[in-house]
Design a protein around this ligand. Sequence first.
Ligand SMILES: NC(=O)C1=CN([C@@H]2O[C@H](COP(=O)(O)OP(=O)(O)OC[C@H]3O[C@@H](n4cnc5c(N)ncnc54)[C@H](O)[C@@H]3O)[C@@H](O)[C@H]2O)C=CC1
Ligand SMILES: O=C(O)CCC(=O)C(=O)O
Length: 527
Amino acid sequence: MIRVLVSDSMASEGIEVFRKTPGIEVDVITKHTPEELKELVASYDGLVVRSASKITKEILDSADKLTVIGRAGAGVDNIDVEAASKKGIVVMNTPGGNTVTTGEHAIAMMLSLARKIPQATASMKAGKWEKSRFMGNEYCNKTLGIIGIGRIGSVVADRAKGLKMNVIAYDPFISQEAAEKMGITLASLDEIYGSADFISVHTPKNKETTGMINAAAFAKMKKGVFVINCARGGIVNEKDLYDALVSGQVAGAALDVFEEEPTKNIDLISLDNVICTPHLGASTDEAQTTVAVAIAEQMVDYLLKGEIRYAVNFPAVSADLMAAITPYLALAEKLGKFQAQIVSGGIEEINIEYSGEILKYDVAPITIALLKGLLTPILNENVNYINAPVIAKERGINVKESRSSAEGDYRSMITLTLKTSEGESITAGALFGRRDPRIVRINQFTVDVIPEGHLLMLYNHDKPGVIGNIGTAIGSANINIARMHWSRLQAEQKAMVVFSTDTPVDAQLLKKLKETPNVISVQELDM
Ligand SMILES: NC(=O)C1=CN([C@@H]2O[C@H](COP(=O)(O)OP(=O)(O)OC[C@H]3O[C@@H](n4cnc5c(N)ncnc54)[C@H](O)[C@@H]3O)[C@@H](O)[C@H]2O)C=CC1
Ligand SMILES: O=C(O)CCC(=O)C(=O)O
């Protein structure tokens, strides 16, 4: 039975998806300390979180069964994705499922902030009628500066335009053309700071954005600016924000997210000009149902069929793309596995050259399959599509992809060049009949080897009688030869032969083959 743990509160519709799937058992345990969670995850195959559970490396250390973590939402900064990848765990999220809801929350926060609605509500509930205390500001014709114009940022921009605001945005990863399509003017950060009356942050939290809105940024902003953060705590430095709010440089702040959650920064949230919500950006019935069902369906498909959708640590592969590239994935994995067994020395660089029809597709997953095949025979650890690139990086292996438009003998070809501490070695693979993997080149030799089962590869001097002697030795060891392919370099008087045998070759026969006259080297390969 496949076991899934839901460790944060999640809409019942999502839990139902797991419950009604035969072969899957789901537990919902939302109250736990980090130590308890660490103990819990050890016995589950899948884990669903929102933002409350912090999935650290320490927690993952005990997660030996875990193959997938699903985030019912967008941000995965509460998950140590690198540690998960290293363990071969897929991390998936549901981008888009709560976009509109969170964009609406940012707008609601902006409107409430400038019209002091929460403060006025609290005052009235305290029995007061303080009409002159809560003088507000109009939005019409004011400038809204959006930092990060992705999914949520663009919803905010769209709604703000409806409020007749002048919208400008900073996002180094969005082209002018894409911004124009959204009807938004791109600006530099300094231009935003210098001209915006409202600034709303919608970037992910990462090394570049952490602390991005700090004292230096506040100093550049227009005096009396309003700041809204419904993205992630820590993008706006809370200490610097406090100072800017107290000095009046910032007229007000609307915060949904905090450096620490639940926040202990009571000084900040107690300020009169701060309004706040406890990370409610995505909290609508609609969004929670959507993300819960989406993540449960994605996880079920992964756990039962190995289908990967919206993984943050694996390239996006649609069902159509997957169907088209599956034979290439198999070929790349075989090629990597073959090459790993014939090279010697520590691998320093891998160069993968793609040519032919394969170039129609995104080759990123094919490269990962090749790395998986290559690293599997070399390492004791369990290598999969998720951790293969991480392991290669950790081992200092430089992975290069290139594309060749040269017309070759095959519809598609993958050529793998390995640079090791002992030299360079090249193999190439192609598909036979568009489906069946073949090794078509081993260094200077042109071959046609089916990379399957037990292979025995011999280099020899190109002299009469060698193949006969080898065949006799194999036959006398009672090993049946299923296939045989040989190739020669006439000018160099060298040849190679690859046998496919029904059973593995033992050490005694290997020794005997190595001692056979004119045999240069012998290698057995397990495919
Ligand atoms: N408060 C809440 O409940 C929720 C918060 N979020 C948060 O909202 C944020 C945005 O989410 P989405 O729009 O879905 O993400 P997205 O990935 O669609 O958009 C993020 C945008 O930020 C831009 N960006 C990245 N680095 C930047 C930088 N240094 N400067 C300026 N722009 C930069 C990217 O190019 C991208 O366009 C994330 O932090 C996410 O975690 C998301 C959902 C709910
Ligand atoms: O699950 C939640 O309530 C928070 C959503 C969120 O922050 C996200 O999706 O990034």
